[in-house]
Design a protein. Structure first.
Length: 172
């Protein structure tokens, strides 16, 4: 059986059991938000599977849908949105091909003073097989003043309520 070491979480992941039922980390709840992703012909590389750079785009699509779902952004100007990507990590588990029904799971697992950590899973929508896992650190940012800011309390409240986060999930 093949295992992949996921550096950002420091745990072993079994590729076929990444997000269903919390098998890889029983202390973490399942993903509560999924966004369907359409694999486009233009996403493919010459080998016929999705190019590695597209995975970040898929996770970005899911991240924006998640934030809108929670009511943290209404879809207006991105300058009013207030986050900037500081770090992204991906672990590729299986190839994705044209026409494959996939979905991206998103969750916030950590709230800091000025940042939050999101985890992602890309999985086959029919079988639930994990295709790629990832994480990102987002920093709260005021684009008008070009500076980092504390994570707004309205975001904290919405994320805590939706994800079931407690004070122990936050950084001092």
């Amino acid at each position: 059986m093949e295992f992949i070491w996921h550096v950002s979480m420091g745990i072993s992941l079994e590729p076929n059991n990444i997000s269903r039922g919390g098998e890889y980390n029983p202390a973490m709840p399942d993903f509560r938000f999924y966004h369907p992703i359409e694999v486009r012909y233009g996403d493919l590389d010459p080998q016929g599977h999705v190019n590695n750079a597209r995975y970040l785009t898929y996770f970005e699509q899911a991240r924006v849908a998640y934030i809108r779902h929670l009511g943290l952004w209404n879809g207006g100007s991105f300058k009013d949105f207030g986050v900037i990507l500081a770090e992204a990590k991906l672990t590729f588990l299986a190839p994705v091909v044209f026409g494959q029904p996939i979905r991206a799971g998103v969750r916030v697992t950590k709230l800091g003073n000025k940042s939050l950590t999101m985890e992602y899973i890309l999985e086959d929508d029919e079988s639930g097989k994990g295709l790629c896992s990832g994480s990102a650190v987002l920093v709260a940012y005021n684009y008008h003043r070009a500076e980092t800011i504390p994570v707004p309390e309205t975001w904290r409240a919405a994320l805590r309520a939706f994800e079931g986060l407690d004070e122990n999930t936050e950084n001092p």
